[in-house]
Design a protein around this ligand. Structure first.
Ligand code: FAD
Length: 285
């Protein structure tokens, strides 16, 4: 089913992001965790696409498995990195042949060691171009990414929003946000997007905080800010795993509750292929 069709009957969606396991051991671990998460009947699940298309085969196989063997509404992530138009056409035809109806279309990050994204030959420079191409040639439900604290390369949030509007005008049916910890960024972003005429669903992407090291790593990677009071509490207890887990869990539950109470159209969980925190958060909502 297309996720856009699901929106007609679900005012709010709860979804999970996975990445393809890299070896047999993580595949077993993945199976156990996904098995637990399935009990929660997510609205849909998504599978990431490794940097530079490095996980393409595993991403496509996993999407096929989750959609066709497990019966979950599944969305494949896909990027423009190293992808010419003929290759994109082949890849998307393949997904279509596997009955995949949903795709998250991204530009992707520049390859390691390179500062600037360079479009591949006969490929695309920005996600809006990829979305427009897919809109013209295929019949997928299309999602795009957005950044409530702005994309790290964007000069300003205003410039980023102008580019985001291009993605929606090109045919993105809905957006999922980069992870964030301070809801004020999401609320302010929602107002600014509306003012720009962006009216599709913008689903907040939330990562369950489970350890001090994890949150430090993710904030460095994404440029996301941690509210100082949370940062201080986590740092105070950084050597006590059980305590930091509980602080993180309590914080994420409150964060999700506040978002939903303010009208957010659901939550997209960055699960990191783990189930425990997502289950505890989900059940408490
Ligand atoms: C929900 C989500 C899921 C993700 N999943 C993956 C994944 O599976 N695999 C992966 O490799 N990465 C993934 N990413 C990361 C993403 O690939 C990077 O953040 C990447 O740097 C930007 O991708 P984008 O699609 O947002 O790019 P774009 O929308 O193209 O934006 C990139 C930058 O260019 C600017 N820009 C956009 N359009 C234009 C234009 N027409 N003219 C001038 N400037 C423009 C934007 O303001 C922004 O600064 C994900 C991110 C999110 C939020």
């Amino acid at each position: 089913m297309k996720i856009s069709e699901l929106f007609l009957s679900q005012e709010r969606t709860f979804s999970f992001e996975f990445f393809p396991p890299k070896d047999e051991i993580s595949a077993v671990d993945f199976g156990i965790n996904v098995g637990q998460l399935m009990r929660l009947s997510p609205s849909f699940v998504t599978v990431t696409y490794g940097a530079g298309g490095s996980t393409q085969e595993r991403t496509f196989n996993l999407v096929d498995y989750l959609q066709n063997k497990i019966g979950l509404t599944t969305m494949a992530h896909y990027t423009c990195v190293n992808a010419s138009k003929p290759r994109i056409q082949d890849d998307l035809k393949f997904l279509q042949s596997r009955n995949i109806k949903n795709i998250m279309l991204l530009r992707g990050d520049p390859p390691k060691g390179e500062e600037k994204f360079v479009a591949p030959q006969n490929g695309f420079s920005y996600a809006n171009e990829l979305i427009s191409y897919v809109d013209d040639n295929f019949d997928f439900c299309k999602a795009g990414a957005c950044y409530v604290e702005k994309h790290p390369e964007a000069k300003s949030l205003e410039a980023d929003l102008i580019n985001l509007k291009r993605k929606v005008d090109a045919g993105a049916d809905f957006l999922i946000s980069q992870l964030f910890f301070d809801n004020n960024y999401y609320f302010s972003f929602m107002e600014k997007s509306k003012a720009k005429g962006i009216n599709c669903r913008i689903i907040p992407g939330i990562i369950p905080i489970t350890s001090y090291n994890q949150i430090e790593r993710f904030t460095k990677m994404s440029g996301t800010k941690i509210p100082p009071e949370l940062s201080i509490r986590l740092e105070e207890h950084k050597d006590n795993k059980a305590k930091t887990y509980q602080i993180g869990l309590d914080y994420t539950i409150k964060q999700c509750q506040e978002l939903l109470a303010a009208g957010a159209p659901g939550i997209h969980f960055y699960t990191l292929n783990k189930s425990r925190a997502a289950i505890e958060i989900f059940e408490s909502l």
